[in-house]
Design a protein around this ligand. Sequence first.
Ligand code: 6MZ
Length: 346
Amino acid sequence: MDENARFYRELPKVELHAHLNGSVSFVTMEKLINRKPHLNIEKSMTAIGKGQRRTLDECFEVFKVIHKLVNTEEDILMVATDVIREFAADGVKYLELRSTPREEKDTRLTKQSYIETVIRAIQQCKNEGLDIDVRFLVAIDRRNGTEVAMETVKLAEEFMLSSGGQVVGIDLSGDPKVGHGKYLLPALEKAKNCGLKLSLHLSEVPSQLEETDLLLNLPPDRIGHGTFLHPEMGGTQHLVDKVVKNRIPLELCLTSNVKGQTVQNYSQHHFRYWYQLGHPCVICTDDKGVFCTDLSQEYQLAAATFNLSHEAVWKLSQQAVDCIFAEEALKEQLKEKWTKLQPQVL
Ligand code: 6MZ
């Protein structure tokens, strides 16, 4: 590893936008495929390699394949522990994992046992003594509509109260071309009122301006992507003003957006717009398995594309701590960790 790559690996990092089933590495995927040879799934069907691109629709087909491979408690436990260990090995000190609880009649998996298993994986990694704190966001898949969204929030609330602080919020995700946020608003309001934090995928595709305007009134605690919010990408100043006024941090995933073809190339990524505004931006991976990346690479890519010094990169990773959903005490501990780890030259 060259010295520059080492800097990014050793940089303490915060990962706030990671979908569990999109984060499954090649190595874990191999184990899953070996467990279920009858499915005839090849590794190439579960990831988008270097230089490859897919439409966003094709990306959503990839998740369907992965969901076939991850359909028991045993699978979820393995996937979640592997993903957490990999983030820890990449220098991530605080991770918010998000995942959509699924019911699988064939394997008797319930949404409840799905969440319990993710929490078990988090505890197992803690017991291993890994240098990473992990929290869980329960995801609402937007295509499933009002009732499922409400049920998901109820589950998340129960777990928030019983999990000893591990479940901290709700993620709204899924194919942005399906469904409309107005049907999900009551569930999101309920989540907010019971103390769950909200991270919402907003304006990931161009046609969502009305929905984004509506959901920004909540307001959410963080925004996933927000690719088409600003006027240069067909958004509006009004939307930008709302985001800036409430200082809502953006979770930005460069490789995901370029490989998923919502952004043409790295230099046109909206990181530039929001970073120049001085608005809180957090670099994230989205789906490190599907998009074949890791958080160190994403930081390095952002730095190379936007000409950021090591000092600026350090600041970026440090400021991400302010955007986490965990309790204040942990925030303070993480800030101390960053201070301790800061190289003297910066
Ligand atoms: C929107 C996405 C996504 O929940 O089964 N997901 N939603 N936009 C994206 N951009 C590429 N990437 C992943 O992880 C997979 C699920 O996460 C959401 C989708 O709902 C996908 O099915 P989990 O752990």
